[in-house]
Write a protein that binds this ligand. Sequence first.
Ligand code: HXC
Length: 257
Amino acid sequence: QEYGNILVERRGRVGLVTLNRPEALNALNRATLDELVAAVSAMDADPGVGAVVITGSGKAFAAGADIKEMASQGYMEMYDADWFRGWEDLTRLRIPLIAAVSGFALGGGCELAMMCDFIVAGDNAKFGQPEINLGVLPGMGGSQRLTRAVGKAKAMDMILTGRFIDADEAERSGLVARVVPAGDTVEEALKAAEVIASKSKPAAMLAKEAVNAAFETGLAQGVLFERRLFHSLFATEDQKEGMAAFSEKRQPEFRHR
Ligand code: HXC
């Protein structure tokens, strides 16, 4: 399938989606959203893909929602279109998603990165929620996901002042999983994705669901949910193969079923 705003590649069992509007710092317009959700949904459904990397291009991962597309909208237009609701579709996918962030991840760009399961940041990365400077507030989950990632103090600081944080501060705060040299950002994210894609896909998808449940449930319910998911994996061929390979001191050959 041909896309106008993103590039889509396959590297073995890993999918790579590159936001490709560098002239607009990859500002996230509606067409980009539709394409990104379509491309990643297709990978989610494809047993041949085990993990996806989402990255930017040029100076930015993404500098936010497209301000020019939004600027003239009125309340009823925003409400009728339920503007930004489509991004929720990305968060419902089961396949592991890694954001490879080099340069700016601002506003909707930071929110997109936080919708991924973890962030690999280049040492040139800048994260921020500068919507306050536009007379609005984050609209793609930033007030919720940033607060869960970095805690109230830093989330309030970033969202109320619009201050950007660099990769070091983002790592110290728990927003990003790893910081790597800027030029290696995509390669390092792809390596992590390759590791994930080499595991049993059902196990990886359920592990993702279990971690995400920690944000939605109380501890006892979450631990019970995890245990039931754990039990369910004993219905897979991959569990038999993984445990047999351990006993036989060899590498497992997962069939993702
Ligand atoms: C539309 C954008 C854009 C955006 C950059 N561009 N960000 N277009 N929407 N979010 C465009 C610029 O207009 C410019 O186009 C081109 O990209 C290059 O950007 P410059 O500003 O010239 O680059 P630079 O001077 O290097 O500054 C980089 C920057 C700045 C600091 C990142 O672009 C910036 O502040 N961008 C906006 C960041 C932001 O406020 N994001 C939050 C958006 S709201 P031309 O045509 O002039 O070359 C959001 C959440 C939605 O995401 C929630 C509800 C609102």
